[in-house]
Design a protein around this ligand. Structure first.
Ligand code: SAH
Length: 286
C-alpha cells in the first residue's frame, strides 16, 4: 500500500470530520433557544467524536485505488505462473518465483497494462514486442545462469527478460538496436532498482567484445543463422539460447553448449517458435 496516498486519505478524512463537527456547533449556537444546548449538542459531540476517531481508520483500512490495482496485478501474476508456466512444464522454482515477483505490467505501454499477464506477446512500439511470459520463463530455465555468471542478451526490447535474468545472474549486459527502446529500458530498469543490468544501443550481431567472454548468451530476436561473433564471445562451458530461422520459415529455439575443453559446440532444438527478426538496421520509427 502506498503510505503517501494513505496519509492523504487520512488527512482528508480528519479535515472532513472536523468541518462537520464545527458545523454542528455553529448551527446550534445560531439558535438562541435553550432547547438546543444540552442533549442534542452532547449527542452531536459524541457522534462527531465517534466519527472523528473511527472514520480515518475506516478510510485507511480501504486500499487506495492504485494499491488495489497492484493487488490485482499480483493475483494475475500468480495465476499466470500456475496456468501458463507450471502447467506447461516450467519446473525451476527459482524461475517460477521470479516470474511471480517481476511486475511485467511495468514493462509495457500504459494501454497494454490490462493484458500484461495474458498468454501472449504484446506490442512495445517500434514494431517490436515483449515476449510471451512462457517463452521468457522457458528461455531463462534453459539458460540457467548461476549467481556468479555474466549474461549477454541481444534484443533488450522492454527490458523485461533482462530484469528476470538480473534476479539470477551476477551481471546482465543487454544490446538493443533501436536507440529509443534501449534508453527507455535502461531508465526503467534503473528506476525499478535492477542495478546489475547494463544496456547499450547497438548491433547485437557484433556482441559486446569489451565484456566478453560471457558465461551465457540469450538472443531474443531471430537471426537466420547463428551469429559467429556470439559463438566467439561465449565462454568455454557456456550456454547460448537462440531462436534461429528466417521469418518466412519455421524458427527453432536452440540451446548451444560450448565444450569446456575446446571451442566445439553441441546444439539441440527445443521447440518451434516465432520471434521478431534480428536485423542489422533498426526497425520502424514508432
Ligand atoms: N527481450 C525483450 C523482447 C525483445 S523483442 C523483452 O523482454 O522485452 C526483440 C528485440 O530485438 C527488439 O527490441 C528489436 O529491436 C531487437 N533487435 C533486433 N535486431 C537486433 C540486433 N541486431 N541487435 C540488437 N537488438 C536487436
Amino acid at each position: 500500500m502506498n503510505p503517501k496516498s494513505n496519509a492523504r486519505v487520512f488527512d482528508a478524512g480528519r479535515q472532513c470530520v472536523r468541518n462537520s463537527f464545527s458545523d454542528q456547533e455553529k448551527s446550534c449556537s445560531d439558535v438562541s433557544s435553550r432547547a438546543c444546548t444540552a442533549f442534542p449538542l452532547r449527542r452531536a459531540n459524541l457522534l462527531s467524536r465517534f466519527f472523528a476517531l473511527l472514520l480515518p481508520s475506516l478510510i485507511a483500512s480501504f486500499p487506495s485505488r492504485s494499491a488495489q490495482r497492484e493487488q490485482d496485478f499480483e493475483a494475475a501474476r500468480t495465476r499466470m505462473v500456475d496456468q501458463q508456466l507450471r502447467a506447461r512444464g516450467i519446473q525451476d522454482d527459482r524461475v517460477l518465483q521470479i516470474m511471480r515477483d517481476v511486475p511485467r505490467h511495468l514493462f509495457v505501454p500504459e494501454e497494454q497494462k490490462a493484458y500484461a499477464y495474458e498468454d501472449k506477446p504484446l506490442p512495445i512500439g517500434f514494431q517490436q514486442t515483449i515476449s510471451q511470459p512462457y517463452i521468457v520463463a522457458l528461455m531463462t530455465e534453459l539458460l540457467a545462469p548461476g549467481p556468479n555468471d555474466t549474461v549477454l542478451e541481444i534484443g533488450t526490447g522492454s527490458g523485461y527478460q533482462a530484469a528476470v535474468l538480473a534476479r539470477v545472474a551476477k551481471q546482465v549486459y543487454s544490446i538493443e538496436i533501436v536507440p529509443a527502446l534501449a534508453s527507455q529500458a535502461a531508465a526503467r530498469l534503473q528506476q525499478l532498482g535492477f542495478a546489475n543490468v547494463s544496456v547499450i544501443a547497438g548491433d547485437g550481431y557484433k556482441g559486446w567484445p569489451e565484456h566478453a567472454p560471457f558465461d551465457h548468451i540469450i538472443v531474443t530476436a531471430a537471426p537466420p543463422e547463428i551469429p559467429p561473433a556470439l559463438i566467439e564471445q561465449l565462454k568455454r562451458g557456456g550456454r547460448m539460447v537462440v531462436p534461429v530461422g528466417k521469418q518466412s520459415k519455421t524458427q527453432n529455439l536452440l540451446v548451444l553448449e560450448k565444450s569446456t575443453t575446446s571451442d566445439h559446440i553441441v546444439g539441440r532444438k527445443v521447440i518451434p517458435v516465432r520471434f521478431v527478426p534480428m536485423v542489422s538496421e533498426p526497425a520502424g520509427k514508432t
